[in-house]
Design a protein around this ligand. Sequence first.
Ligand SMILES: Nc1ncnc2c1ncn2[C@@H]1O[C@H](COP(=O)(O)OP(=O)(O)OP(=O)(O)O)[C@@H](O)[C@H]1O
Length: 399
Amino acid sequence: MKLPPLVENYSSESFAVPRKPTLSKIDTLSRHQKSTSGYVGTAGPGRRIGNWIIKRTIGSGSMGKVKLAIHTITGEKAAMKMIPITPANTKQTVRIQREALLGRVLRHPNICPVVETIKTPTCTYILFEYIGGGQLLEYILANGRLDEGIARLFMIQLLDALRYLHQNLIVHRDLKIENILLTEDLRQVKLIDFGLSNFYSQTDLLQTYCGSLYFAAPELLDAVPYTGPEVDVWSLGVVLYVMVCGRVPFDDVSVPMLHSKIKSGKIEFPSYLSSECRVLMSAMLNVDPKKRIPLEQTSRFPWFKQSSFCNYLSPLMSSSFPGISSIRSSMLKPPFNIKVLQLLHDHGFSSIPELKHELFMAYTERKTTPLVCLYILGIESFAPTLQIPKALPPVHSRY
Ligand SMILES: Nc1ncnc2c1ncn2[C@@H]1O[C@H](COP(=O)(O)OP(=O)(O)OP(=O)(O)O)[C@@H](O)[C@H]1O
C-alpha cells in the first residue's frame, strides 16, 4: 500500500522522505493476539440498515468485521460494527454497551466518536465517525518508522486524549498501535476501540488483564491488581517506541519468553534515537508501576520541550488531575437530566430511579464516581453548544 507523505509543509523537525516499506518485527504484532471470536454479522454490501447503506469491509478485530457505511441522505461515511444479539454472551454485551456509550458521550478531537447506534431484534449496529487515513500501524509498515518530530506531535495528541479519559475516571486498557487511526489528511491521530475500557478509582483496584500482550504492562502479566492510568502510560510508552523504531520493544515467538522480556523491562534503543526520547520512554516503560511516570508529568520531559507545541500540553496537564474540575462537577445537581439518565439506562445501567438515587448520594456526599463522570459527560454531549475541546495543532503547522 502506498500512502502519501505524512506532511508536506514541515519545518525545523523535518519529516524524512517516507522510506520504503521495511520488514520489521512489527509485522509479527498479531501473533499473540486473540483469535476472532467469530461473530461477524452477515450484512453484505448494498444492504440497508436504518439510513445507512453497507459497503465494503474496512477492518476486522476480535469483535468481527468493520464495514464502511454511507448515509443515504447526507452521504456521510461511517465505520459500522455489527454485533448479533446473543443472550448468552454477556461479556460481549457489556463490551458493546460500553463502547457504544463511551463513543456517544466522549467528545475529544483525538477520540473517534459514535455517530449512531441502531438496534434490531437480532443485531446491534454501532456507527463510528469514519477515519479515512487507515491504521497508524499500516502507515509505519508502508513508510517505516516515524521521524521523532512527527511522533512527538502524535504523542501530544494521544497524551491529551488519555488525559481527558483519565480525568473522567476512564482507562482505555487496550491502547495499541492498531487502535490508533490517522485522519485522511494524515495530520491527526484518533483513538478507537473502547470496548475494554473501564472506570477506575484509587481505592477499588482493577484486576482484569486485557488488551494486546505486546502493549501490556508487566504487572498485568502477574495479575497484580492495578489502579488504571498507569497501565495506559506503559502502553503509550510501547506505542511511542513503535512509532520511532518501527518495531515493538519486547518480542519473542514464545509467550513465556515474551512475558519475561516484558517483566525485565530491558529495552534496546537504536543508536539513531535522541537521548531525550530514550529518557521519556524509559520513564514510561518503568516496570515498577509506582515509579512509572504519571501521565500528567510526561509533559515536563525535555523531549516535548523541543517543540513549541509543548505549550499545549502544560496547561492541559496541570488542570485538576485526576478528577473533574469544580466547574464541571457543578453540573451534578437535582433535578437530574432525564435524557442522560435514559441514555445510561439504555446502555446497561440500572433503572432510572436507582440512577437518580446513586447520583443524589454522590451529590450530597460531594463524591466523584464513575457514574458522576458519565452523567456529566452525558450532559456535555447533549449541550446545544457542545464544548468540544480545541483540537491540538495538526502536524503540518509550523512551529
Ligand atoms: N472509525 C473507524 N474508521 C475507519 N476504520 C475503522 C474505524 N473503526 C475501526 N476501523 C477499522 O476496523 C479495525 C478493527 O476495529 P476495532 O479495533 O475497533 O475492532 P475490534 O473488533 O474491537 O478489535 P480488537 O481486536 O482490537 O478488540 C480497525 O483496526 C480499523 O482498521
